[in-house]
Design a protein around this ligand. Structure first.
Ligand code: CMP
Length: 145
């Protein structure tokens, strides 16, 4: 089923953006929205609010605000589960043994600096896509007369 998911290249992997885009396109995802942004602490906390209270939360915010991220909407067949499979397990060192061709195995470092994020369900995908890409309005003043 054709579906959308949310993908984010994290600060540790933005220097490998070209190689990661090659993997994405090679696995037949269509990049339907994309932007590079530097998150503020409060934006990172809002995005990861389900992890608030976990012992890694403060370190996660520190990491996610250490440089720009690249946010993407990916569209394709079973995009949510296929993108999660393409990422591999959360911990990059586990990924290197279990799924050596995955993005986290190839481009991540450990369980925190794991190169990229993917939505865990269709519901999270909708929330996360809307978080980064609130529908923009075309205002009359910007239209050619
Ligand atoms: P992500 O899939 O984006 O979702 C939450 C993020 O928190 C995760 O990737 C990691 O970057 C980080 N994370 C999850 N578990 C841990 C952990 N045990 N220790 C440190 N960071 C973690």
């Amino acid at each position: 089923r054709r579906q959308r998911t949310f993908a984010m290249i994290k600060p540790d992997a933005v220097g490998k953006l070209g190689e990661i885009l090659d993997v994405i396109e090679g696995r037949e995802f269509e990049i339907t929205q994309m932007k590079m942004v530097r998150l503020t602490q409060s934006q990172a906390a809002a995005f990861y609010r389900e992890h608030e209270g976990r012992k890694f939360f403060e370190a996660l915010l520190e990491y996610m605000t250490s440089g720009p991220v690249v946010a993407m909407e990916l569209t394709g067949q079973d995009a949510v589960s296929r993108w999660r499979a393409t990422l591999g397990p959360t911990d990059s060192s586990v990924a290197r043994t279990d799924t050596p061709n995955s993005i986290r195995a190839l481009f991540g470092t450990d369980k925190q600096a794991n190169a990229a994020h993917g939505s865990d369900s269709e519901l999270s995908a909708t929330r996360e896509i809307e978080f980064f890409f609130p529908s923009s309005k075309v205002v009359d003043e910007l239209l050619p007369q």
